[in-house]
Structures are given as structure tokens and as C-alpha cells.
Design a protein around this ligand. Structure first.
Ligand code: RIB
Ligand code: CA
Length: 322
């Protein structure tokens, strides 16, 4: 079944692969890309989104809207120590390309209000734009068909601190707003799900390299840049929580275990800022989200390989894409 989706992204590394899923999967119609402050500098994220559109030969087909350039109440924190420029050093000349003049939050509000119950949103960065849309339009939460969130950890470790995953850490107030909104939410957490089921180690990366298409080379270049960092923190491969989020929305059959949870995000403590308390149904709390617990990891990998096998050639030259 084809889904009409918006991807809200801080485009670097696996965000690029999530955009490829939204652009290339036959079950997806990508209506818009909305940008939020997160992984790397805002302008660099916008560049990475346009470059990904070019890699998929879809430049000009999908609008890119600039959203919030900082979290709701806090200073922006980046993950440049993990992602570098988020593009493996590749570069594309943006001359003649421009994002939409409509703000990302306004685009979310407009597209959802014009199409009630039709649009699925995949949020793979800090939740600032989504929280702003909820605040701006009181019908937004009820009119979104579903929201898939990459964020938090399900009673597992964080990645930016011991307690917190990056997206929730950057804008915990936004996460509090979103989980309190009543939206139909599915969460794809960092631990244990991503670490168990969405890390591509050396064997898988070699299989992708063998595909040999420009898209596969794009994947290798964008993702390989994080390998040294991953290894330094004990993860032996590239991590794919963002593309997994898009994949489970489009292909729920990939999910092998999912349960109702009450999810609350810590916004007042310094020590546990962004921590996600995911209560699994035994603490007498109303569920406000479904949390994905495990997926068919080989099925997910096969999907990525299939999409990267498409024989596209970049719309516009990408320097460094060998
Ligand atoms: O914690 C993982 C998340 O933060 C992903 O969305 C990735 O883009 C990152 O840096
Ligand atoms: Ca992201």
C-alpha cells in the first residue's frame, strides 16, 4: 500500500539513506522534506538533502522546506563529532537550487490540514518542527495519519550520554510536547533495537559495495565516514535507525515485535536530560506510543540493497562520488 509521507530530518549519514527510502521505495510518495536543527550545520544539512535528491535523480520533484534552526528553548548541539559533514566529504554545487519559501512547520501544518488522515510523518531528527506544528495548529495531532519517531532508548543505553539518545537530548521539551499530543506514534529507538537489528557490519558493507550502482557508491561514501567513530564506541558497523524508521512505516511486515508503551521524556534534569522512560504496560500508565522491539534485520538489509540497486545516475554531478 502506497503511503504519502513527509520526512522531517537533520540530514546527515543515515538521514540521507532514509530520504533514499522515501524517494525510491515504490510504496512511498514523498510529499515533502522538512529540515530541523540537529546533526550538522543547518546549511550543510540542506546541502545534504539536495545532494541526496540528486543521487536519486529526483532533484526538483520533492520540495525541501527549512524548519526550525534551533531547539525550542535550548542551544543547538550538533553531532559533527560523529558525522563530520554528514556526507562523507561529497559535495554538490547548489547553484540554481533553492528551498521553498514556506517554512517547514507551515508546510507540515498545511499538508496535514489539506489531507486529514492521509499523511504519515517520519521524524528522524530532534522533534522541534513536529512540536511547533502541534502548537501552531490544534488539529495537527489528530489529522496526522501516523508519526514514526526515531528517538530514545527502550530501557537501554543512550548514545550522546549514558541516559539519552541524541534526538531526544537535543530538544527534550519538543519530545515532551509530542508524546503528550495524542498522536498515533510509533517509536524506533536506539537501544536495543538499532544496535541489535540495524547495524551493517563489514560483510554487509561489502555486499553493498558490490552492487556497484551510483546509489550504492553514495551509500558507501555517506555512511563509511562514521565507521571510525562507531568503532571507537564499540559498534562494529554503520548504524541505520533513520532508514529503519522509514522502512518500518512502509513495510510493517518487517516488524517482528512491537508493544504499547507509555513514553515520557526527561526535560528537567541535567544528568538525565532527554532520557526516555519507556513503561511497558505494568506500571498502570496509559499507553501513548507503540515501540518497535525487534525487526527482521535481514529483511531490512535486503530492502536497502534492493533500493540501492536502482540504476539511477545523479541528476547533477556530485564531487567525490567515485
Ligand atoms: O541517535 C541517532 C539519531 O541521531 C539519528 O537520527 C542520527 O541521525 C543521529 O545523529
Ligand atoms: Ca537523524
Amino acid at each position: 500500500m502506497t503511503r504519502r509521507i513527509i520526512i522531517d530530518t537533520d540530514t546527515a549519514q543515515d538521514d540521507c539513506i532514509a530520504l533514499l527510502v522515501g524517494l525510491l521505495d515504490p510504496d512511498s510518495t514523498l510529499e515533502a522534506i522538512t529540515m530541523v536543527a540537529g546533526n550538522v550545520g543547518f546549511a550543510r544539512q540542506v546541502h545534504n538533502a539536495f545532494m541526496t535528491l540528486s543521487a536519486a535523480d529526483r532533484l526538483g520533484d520533492v520540495p525541501v522546506h527549512l524548519g526550525c534552526e534551533r531547539p525550542l528553548t535550548r542551544e543547538w548541539i550538533s553531532a559533527e563529532n560523529v558525522h563530520g559533514d554528514g556526507a562523507g566529504g561529497m559535495h554538490m554545487d547548489l547553484a540554481g537550487l533553492a528551498p521553498e519559501s514556506e517554512h517547514g512547520v507551515d508546510a507540515l501544518v498545511r499538508l496535514v490540514s489539506e489531507n486529514p488522515g492521509e499523511i504519515d510523518v517520519v521524524a528522524i531528527g530532534p522533534l522541534t518542527n513536529i512540536a511547533m506544528a502541534i502548537v501552531k495548529d490544534s488539529t495537527f495531532a489528530e489529522n496526522v495519519r501516523s508519526l514514526t519517531i526515531m528517538g530514545g532508548s527502550n530501557n537501554g543505553r543512550g548514545n550522546i550520554t549514558a541516559a539519552a539518545e541524541f534526538n531526544f537530548f537535543v530538544d527534550p521539551e519538543a519530545a515532551v510536547t509530542v508524546f503528550g499530543s495524542g498522536m498515533k506514534i510509533t517509536v524506533v529507538p536506539w537501544a536495543p533495537l538499532t544496535l541489535n537489528d540495524a547495524v551493517f557490519g563489514a560483510d554487509k558493507l561489502a555486499q553493498i559495495a558490490k552492487i556497484g550502482t551510483p546509489l550504492a557508491r553514495f551509500f558507501t561514501k555517506v555512511c563509511a565516514a562514521t565507521l571510525d567513530f562507531d568503532e571507537s564506541v564499540g559498534i562494529f558497523g554503520t548504524t541505520h535507525p533513520d532508514s529503519l524508521s522509514a522502512a518500518v512505516l512502509l513495510h510493517p511486515e518487517l516488524i517482528t515485535s512491537v508493544s504499547d508503551y507509555n513514553v515520557q521524556v526527561e526535560a528537567s534534569s541535567d544528568l538525565t536530560r532527554g532520557y526516555s522512560a519507556m513503561s511497558w504496560g505494568v506500571h498502570d500508565l496509559e499507553p501513548n506510543a507503540q515501540v518497535v522491539e525487534s525487526v527482521d534485520s535481514e529483511g531490512f538489509f535486503d530492502l536497502i540493497c534492493k533500493l540501492l540497486s536502482a540504476p539511477t545516475s545523479p541528476y547533477r554531478e556530485i564531487a567525490g562520488l567515485l
